[in-house]
Write a protein that binds this ligand. Structure first.
Ligand SMILES: *[C@@H]1O[C@H](CO)[C@@H](O)[C@H](O)[C@H]1NC(C)=O
Ligand SMILES: *[C@@H]1O[C@H](CO)[C@@H](O)[C@H](O)[C@H]1NC(C)=O
Length: 287
């Protein structure tokens, strides 16, 4: 009974982990190398969060930017069948085509160091006039947009300030053109506590259950059966038999049977006595 509860808990934990992994929608652009995967894992607490910022240009023209971490941006009037947009630009003055995809989450690059992470969504929509290689062989030379999101450590906030800093669109190559953004978050902090991992949350839940089991069980046995001392421990007979079975197992494995230690006695153990004791308990039931 108790053991099957424990198995159920482990099962729930494994399922939880699997679901979290399935939801990982950021796909690395190049190789899934171990280092980048580790950095992506650090972003896990931010996953699914949405950040918005209105960037006002010198000529007072303003653009709204929406950033999602490893999940696609979804806005009321924005149609996105591919569900890959990581950063979306909205220009409400442009009535016909207000939306431009700045970067896609299936083309993610992630870098990191002490107290910073850099999340880059590449493969955005192509530039119209900027960032043109200018080849005259008629080939498609327009660069694609990309968003660099510099995540800097803010030990006090998971969801800190987000801002679009500037757009760099002077250059001839894709790598020279980018939108520079900054997000403050505790996920980037190296030394400060980064919140609880799912493993430690599981352990906390498990031990909370164990403590609750002990306390409630002890109070129950004390009040209902009037148990005293060690007998207040719930299912004491089971735990004792568990212990003596383990001890017997140890004896069997670790001690030489020829040593004469109880070797010719029948295998009774304390377990049976303890089980009898539990049967005795039944008589105490107030009926
Ligand atoms: C930006 O978003 C705000 C709030 O949603 C809205 O009031 C404003 O009109 C938007 N501006 C642009 C340029 O889209
Ligand atoms: C991401 O998706 C777009 C659109 O479907 C596709 O063109 C592009 O090749 C994909 N990028 C990667 C790295 O798979």
């Amino acid at each position: 009974m108790i053991l099957s509860d424990f198995h159920a808990l482990i099962l729930v934990y494994c399922m939880y982990n699997a679901v979290v992994k399935c939801m990982a929608n950021c796909k690395l652009k190049n190789v899934d190398d171990e280092h980048s995967m580790k950095l992506l894992e650090k972003l896990e607490p931010l996953k699914g969060l949405t950040f918005q910022h209105t960037f006002v240009e010198k000529n007072h023209h303003s653009y709204n930017y929406t950033l999602n971490i490893c999940t696609p941006v979804s806005l009321g009037n924005f149609e996105d069948e591919e569900k890959l947009t990581g950063v979306l630009q909205e220009d409400q003055k442009n009535v016909d085509t207000p939306f431009v995809k700045i970067g896609r989450i299936n083309s993610t690059v992630v870098k990191g160091g002490e107290n910073w992470l850099m999340l880059t969504y590449t493969h955005g929509d192509k530039y119209n006039s900027h960032c043109n290689k200018g080849c005259d062989d008629g080939s498609d030379t327009k660069a694609r947009r990309q968003a660099h999101v510099m995540i800097v450590c803010d030990p006090n906030h998971l969801k800190g300030d987000f801002a679009v800093l500037y757009e760099h669109n002077i250059g001839n190559y894709e790598t020279e053109c980018f939108y520079m953004m900054e997000l403050k978050s505790s996920v980037a902090c190296t030394s400060v506590s980064k919140g609880l991992s799912s493993g430690s949350i599981f352990l906390i839940i498990f031990f909370s259950f164990a403590v609750a089991y002990l306390i409630i069980g002890a109070v129950y046995k004390r009040c209902v059966y009037g148990s005293k001392g060690l007998d207040q421990i719930p299912n004491i007979a089971f735990w004792k038999s568990c212990g003596s079975l383990q001890a017997d197992g140890c004896n069997f494995l670790c001690r030489c049977q020829e040593s004469g230690y109880n070797s010719n006695q029948p295998y009774t153990g304390i377990a049976d006595d303890q089980l009898d004791e539990e049967i005795d308990d039944e008589h105490l039931l107030p009926m």
